[in-house]
Design a protein around this ligand. Structure first.
Ligand code: TA6
Length: 277
């Protein structure tokens, strides 16, 4: 199968979700023909580099990794389609993808695992349901998991993000120093890479496409990473145009601060719902 193979969930009314099997990266989510996700004009689709934008799947490591690429291998592995898009009685459309250990993953991480990724496209919502399973009879593993969602916005400086007040965060732009967020709504006016811990179950992002609001609901994802590289760092990212940073904001639901520990034969489940309001 070619590296650019895609699966399209089509709900009608120009409401679609496109998944690139390379990384099971959700590369497009259109609601009434309105794209909700940012993908860089410079994104590389060579089946090797992670795709710059959409919703890259981060596993088993968030950030720098001594044993393999940054943010792990799930976003650069070719996923399997367990269930092609199928219309449910509700009219919603569902598709299921999976990734299991193979020679490629075991060259970096010697554990057996199985990831399942179930997407459901509703009228104004996209549901992400994730399962991580440890099929081993004797080995326990620990991992991190995160949906690195790039939202498309007209101007990141006008976005406000709720659901972070009072939370402790690691500031990756300040040598990983730890702070507490005091603001009721977070705004972004400079390079930002923050790992907020124990955030609220819901975030609202204002001023996304067409001036609308985006609701992010998350379950079993205690952490939220907020990222925008801003002008200077954007220049250092080859697959991101120098002038594109104002049009994206990453609000990433995940489990990163305290890793998931999976005993033999056990599973972990988490989900995210994105809703255009
Ligand atoms: O999630 C935020 C972050 O870890 C940033 O620190 C930044 O490095 C970003 O992800 C993008 O990483 P990438 O490997 O896709 O260039």
């Amino acid at each position: 199968m070619a590296a650019t193979s895609v699966v399209v969930l089509d709900r009608g009314n120009n409401t679609t979700c496109t998944v690139n099997l390379f990384g099971a990266t959700v590369v497009s989510w259109r609601v009434n023909n309105q794209e909700q996700l940012f993908v860089s004009k410079q994104a590389i689709f060579d089946g090797k580099s992670p795709i710059r934008g959409g919703v890259p799947f981060v596993f088993p490591q968030f950030g720098h990794w001594a044993f393999g690429p940054q943010h792990g291998f799930a976003r650069i592995a070719r996923w399997h389609v367990d269930k092609m898009p199928e219309r449910l009685p509700s009219g919603d459309v569902e598709a299921v993808f999976s990734l299991m250990d193979d020679d490629f993953t075991r060259s970096m991480w010697h554990f057996q695992f199985r990831l399942t990724y179930r997407l459901i496209l509703r009228e104004k919502e996209l549901h992400f349901n994730i399962g991580v399973y440890n099929p081993s009879k004797e080995l326990t593993f620990s991992c991190q998991l995160l949906l690195h969602t790039y939202f498309k916005v007209p101007d990141v400086r006008r976005c406000q993000i709720t659901g972070l007040q009072g939370c402790m965060f690691i500031d990756k732009t300040r040598e990983d120093a730890m702070y507490q967020e005091t603001r009721e709504v977070v705004t972004i006016n400079e390079g930002t890479a923050r790992i907020y811990q124990n955030t609220m179950q819901e975030h609202i992002i204002t001023n996304v496409v067409s001036g609308r609001k985006m609701r992010v609901q998350k379950y079993n994802f205690p952490d939220t990473v907020v990222w925008n590289p801003w002008a200077e760092s954007a220049k250092e990212i080859p697959d991101l145009g120098d002038d594109e940073f104002p049009n994206m904001v990453c609000v990433e639901a995940g489990r990163v601060a305290a890793p998931i520990v999976l005993l033999p034969g056990t599973a972990f489940e988490a989900s995210q719902i994105l809703q255009v309001m």
